[in-house]
Write a protein that binds this ligand. Structure first.
Ligand code: ADP
Ligand code: ZN
Length: 730
């Protein structure tokens, strides 16, 4: 261990999250420090956070090397996490300092430990024993010597905080000051789970065996929606906890966490730690620290939870692994699914990728034997998969500016009669995608982006979906000056809701679209209201496709099944297939059978046919064959280079220069395409130019790109970012 401890004054290399792309030399602070320690170091006139990354380089004037100010109150970063940050940074071509930023997002990391009050069993008995008081005492007895915060204890006992306060006044409950961050309640993996079906039990067994091996492996857990994937992977979590290791469950959408937390509580007797944007600063700080100290056994979170300082991570579950929100599209461009596999492989952990519609990448890895695969073939219980049919829009009689076909209307009507729910799905936010002037034909665009403004009628404004800029709906055409001719063209969910209200005046409607909820809490409330049956017709965007359980939903009507098929995106077919099957999977999750109807103008399109026939393996094989023939991912590699500048010519010049000097890319058998204006050529006032690099599967793409772009000296006006394995091409 001698090389992992630095005596006071020894030369240490410190990595900071500041944008300086190198490890800086310092001297170890008073009392010395461990390798990996979080320290505060002087940097210019400031003091900044840093991590002891190794011994100092000694290549800097020794007389000028300053001492680190102090060691912070946090467990040193383990080697596993340091290596993970280095490898993830190297894979995504992200500077290490920026990677460190992802791993130090703990509020108050440099604060001294602060105190708070907790409550535990006191010495005396209360003067008067009420039911509520007895429940508080019983809860404290049940957890032995543990103490709880006021809110935790009140929740645990199902009483108001004043009951606890009353007991404390009498000394029956003791109020003590402890460091603020207390361990999370212990989870008990040996509480009885739900009895599993034969299929489920076999899958759970497979996962448990993996966990017991104590080695790294990745398993695709594929099962139709409602087949019990969650039940099954909770058994893997249980086994992991039994082994004394920590588990992480990643969910694509925070709105899903509350349902998941309830299920964890049912299964393990307490709630896990949470890590996502909806968590308070105090709880984030507590989670970050407890994960590092082993005071949190299970974390449920968003993709950034991957960078938590786990003490001994034994399992990562990536639920809905195909979901595009796992790709971070700003700053460090990483895919949390792939990084989960990387981190697990460095720490001998298991990965479970759960999905009803896996990504082609994961499907292909399972085919190739790199990942194990477990299938759940049937829905749980009496629930059956929905019947799927196309509605051929060429044969429907619809007036202009209406989108709910007579066939779909009549099916919705039947559900209303039967007291069941329907979902009308359209993956487009707002009221209308285009606002144009009927006098001159001009469309209203964003002033800063090459994008049309989308009308949002609830906000009574036009919104740019690229930059978020809004403006009032003009009365007068900004182009020709004629008044009263501005018209909305095409539908968004708000407009479908308006149509549904007209066609079904007595139905209770709810719109589920991410922009309509100010907070995660408001969204959660709406989802609970829908689940409890207080809604007849849900009108939703892809937000509804993500795993919610609406037991009374029996009909899904897809307003425009052709929508995703139009773009030139590499993944258009795959995405449409996944989305349509996910949305359809919302129907008939309980006893009543479900139906999914797809409105389409091209019912014979191969993707639409594959969706309807349910021949998933056939679809993936065909899609895989096409990608393989084209050398496209996952059978070849892609990287996007995005250059932006306020001056279009400057961005293009740099793109052209890169394209001309493509030697390093050609050396690995790769090709550079472009430069071309990005599909959205201007965002937030900056012009955007793209290059696409395509390379054979085994090629050392990252190092070639590094050799290619590192000679470029970027002027302050230009920005260049590299997107390895790009998911979106806008
Ligand atoms: P998935 O994650 O595959 O969509 P879930 O695990 O959410 O499926 O299961 C769907 C529903 O069926 C849930 O309400 C779940 O509680 C229930 N369920 C699944 N398996 C069982 C089981 N073995 N016993 C009781 N209920 C189950
Ligand atoms: Zn804009």
């Amino acid at each position: 261990m001698s090389d992992s401890y630095f005596e006071e004054g020894a030369l240490i290399g410190v990595l900071t999250p500041e944008p300086i792309d190198r490890v800086l030399d310092y001297r170890a602070p008073d009392g010395g420090c461990w390798l990996g320690a979080f320290v505060e170091v002087p940097l210019g006139p400031r003091r900044v956070l840093g991590v002891v990354w190794g011994p100092g380089q000694g290549d800097y004037d020794l007389a000028k090397v300053r001492a680190a100010s102090r060691v912070l109150d946090a467990a040193p970063m383990r080697e596993e996490l340091r290596v993970f940050l280095e490898k993830a940074g190297a894979y995504t071509l992200t500077p290490l300092s920026q990677m460190l930023r992802l791993a130090t997002r703990a509020p108050g990391l440099s604060d001294p430990p602060s105190m708070r009050k907790i409550y535990r069993l006191g010495q005396t008995t209360p003067d008067r024993m009420t039911d509520a008081r007895a429940r508080v005492i019983a809860a404290l007895v049940e957890y032995g010597g543990l103490g709880f915060t006021l809110k935790e204890l009140a929740d645990l006992a199902g009483v108001t905080p004043s009951v606890v306060k009353g007991l404390a006044a009498q000394g029956a409950v003791e109020e003590v000051d402890t460091p603020r961050d207390t361990p999370f309640l212990p989870l008990d993996p040996d509480l009885p789970g739900k009895p599993l079906t034969e299929d489920q039990a076999a899958a759970a067994d497979g996962l448990r065996t993996g966990i017991r091996s104590g080695r790294y492996a990745t398993t695709l857990l594929k099962g139709v929606t409602g087949s019990g994937k969650t039940e099954v992977y909770l058994e893997a979590v249980a086994e992991c906890l039994r082994q004394g290791r920590q588990a992480l469950v990643l969910l694509p959408e925070i709105a899903l966490t509350s349902e998941f937390l309830t299920r964890v509580q049912e299964r393990f007797g307490a709630k896990p730690a949470e890590w996502h944007s909806g968590v308070t600063m105090t709880e984030r700080r507590r989670a970050w620290r407890m994960v590092g100290q082993g005071g949190a056994q299970l974390v449920v979170g968003a993709r950034s939870a991957l960078f938590l300082p786990f003490r001994d991570l034994g399992l990562i579950v990536v639920d809905e692994e195909h979901d595009t929100s796992y790709k971070q599209e700003e700053g460090a461009l990483y895919n949390a699914r792939d990084m989960a596999v990387l981190r697990a492989s460095l720490t001998e952990a298991q990965v479970v990728l759960a999905s009803a519609t896996p990504s082609l990448e994961t499907w292909a890895n399972a085919e190739a034997g790199k990942y194990a695969r477990l299938d759940l073939k049937a829905r749980f219980g009496t629930a059956v998969l929905p019947t799927m049919r196309a509605i051929d829009m060429r044969a429907e009689d619809l007036p202009g500016q209406a989108w709910i076909s007579p066939s779909l209307q009549s099916e919705v009507g039947k559900r209303l009669q039967a007291g069941e729910q329907s979902l009308l799905f359209l993956n487009r936010r707002g009221y209308a995608p285009v606002t144009l002037c009927r006098a001159c034909g001009a469309q209203v665009g964003c002033d800063h982006c090459d994008a049309r403004m989308v009308e949002h009628r609830f906000q009574k404004r036009l919104v740019c979906h690229q930059c978020g800029e809004t403006k009032p709906l003009p009365e007068t055409c900004p182009a020709c000056g004629v008044t009263g001719k501005m018209a909305a063209v095409g539908p968004g969910v708000e407009r479908i809701a308006e149509e549904a209200a007209r066609v079904f005046p007595d139905a209770r409607l709810a719109i589920l679209s991410s922009d309509l909820f100010g907070s995660a809490r408001a969204l959660k409330a709406q989802i609970e209201e829908i689940a409890s049956g207080e809604t007849d017709i849900i009108i939703g965007t892809q937000l509804v496709a993500k795993g919610h359980n609406f037991p009374r939903l029996t009909l899904v009507g897809v307003i425009d099944a052709d929508l995703g098929l139009q773009g030139s995106d590499l993944r258009a077919a795959e995405r449409t297939f996944q989305l349509m099957r996910q949305v359809s999977g919302r129907a008939g999750r309980a006893e009543a059978p479900g139906t999914a109807l797809l409105q389409t103008f091209q019912p014979e399109h191969p993707v639409i046919r594959a969706i309807l026939s349910g021949d998933e393996e056939g679809f993936w094989r065909a899609e895989a064959a096409e990608r393989e023939a084209a050398g496209m991912p996952p059978y070849g590699r892609l990287a996007g280079i995005i250059i932006s500048a306020e001056d279009a010519a400057a961005a293009f010049d740099l793109g052209t220069r890169l394209a001309r000097n493509d030697g390093p890319i050609r050396d690995i058998g790769g090709m550079v395409y472009g430069p071309a204006p990005a599909p959205i050529a201007r965002v937030r006032g900056r012009h955007r130019v793209r290059l696409l690099v395509k390379a054979p599967k085994g090629a050392a793409l990252q190092s070639a790109i590094a050799r290619w772009i590192s000679p470029i000296k970027l002027s302050a006006r230009l920005r260049l970012s590299v997107d390895i394995d790009p998911q979106s091409f806008y």
